[in-house]
Design a protein around this ligand. Structure first.
Ligand SMILES: NC(=O)c1ccc[n+]([C@@H]2O[C@H](COP(=O)([O-])OP(=O)(O)OC[C@H]3O[C@@H](n4cnc5c(N)ncnc54)[C@H](O)[C@@H]3O)[C@@H](O)[C@H]2O)c1
Length: 258
């Protein structure tokens, strides 16, 4: 077991697929009750089913993380079910389109910021009052290696992830004395639908060639598995990380180390 989260309550956004689903399962394996949030209601229900079949407790709430009313709804639904929130993983995110900055569509740029950045802000605003009142809590925000370095043709995505790191550090500095820790994770590349879409966007004829190129540049010679991100997130949400605050943990097999 990665950590003991028995009796704790965790919210995971984007929990229907990819890294989010793996993290929901990992939280449940650590003993937490899990609220699975996603705009993909069927996928969120499937994640809940997987958790319940293994003896865990989970609820699914369909929500767009970029919508303040829907964020309040998922927070209230979780509190109504279990009365507290100990951890939030702000993971839901989108890539946008691939285009140079010079003609990147501003409406897509805004939507990427709405989901990746404003969604993260709204999630934290939803849970922080309760965490501060109980004097404990851990938030993990999903950034990316693209939050540390540029990502040619993905300016909205990279800008949003850089901003998530700034938001994380600032919030960590504000709430640390109130018993709440706030950290970010910076994965990449991880085998998920989001990366598949990116491969197709870069080279619709030969998406596998894009992946092969990325694998060739990685010191570990492979993509990461969603479960390898989930383990780090659950650790950061646990008492094992009790003095980790305002950090942005890279999980990239060494890709940005070279
Ligand atoms: N895959 C990678 O290599 C990689 C690397 C770094 C960071 N990330 C980040 O990890 C997060 C998860 O991505 P993934 O790779 O698992 O992709 P994914 O596409 O498999 O999962 C993303 C999930 O977020 C949900 N979602 C998207 N917009 C939403 C919204 N507005 N409201 C609610 N849910 C929404 C989707 O329905 C989906 O279930 C994203 O924030 C992504 O930027 C991924």
């Amino acid at each position: 077991m990665i950590a003991d989260l028995q009796g704790k309550v965790a919210i995971v956004t984007g929990g229907a697929n990819g890294i989010g689903r793996a993290t929901c399962v990992a939280f449940a394996q650590a003993g937490a009750r899990v609220a699975v949030i996603d705009q993909d209601a069927a996928g969120a229900n499937a994640t809940c089913d997987a958790i319940r079949q293994s003896g865990g407790e989970a609820i699914a709430v369909a929500a767009d993380v970029g919508d303040a009313v829907q964020v309040r709804h998922y927070v209230q639904t979780t509190l109504a079910a279990w009365g507290r929130i100990d951890a939030l993983f702000n993971n839901a995110g989108i890539g946008g389109v691939q285009s140079p900055v010079v003609d990147y569509p501003p409406e897509v740029f805004e939507r990427v910021l709405r989901v990746n950045l404003i969604g993260t802000l709204l999630g934290m605003q939803g849970v922080l009052p309760g965490m501060i009142a109980q004097g404990s809590g851990a938030i993990v925000n999903m950034a990316s290696v693209s939050g540390n370095v540029g990502a040619p043709t993905m300016c909205a995505y990279s800008a949003s992830k850089h901003a998530v790191i700034g938001l994380t550090r600032t919030t960590a500095a504000e709430v640390g004395r109130q018993g709440v820790r706030v950290n970010a994770v910076c994965p990449g590349p991880i085998d998920t639908d989001l990366m598949d879409a990116l491969h197709r966007g870069i080279n619709p004829q030969e998406p596998d060639a894009v992946k092969a190129f990325n694998v060739g540049r990685n010191p570990m010679g492979r993509y990461g598995d969603p479960a390898e991100v989930a383990k780090v997130v659950v650790f950061l949400a646990s008492d094992g990380a009790s003095f980790v605050n305002g950090a942005a943990w890279v999980i990239d097999g060494g890709r940005t180390a070279i």
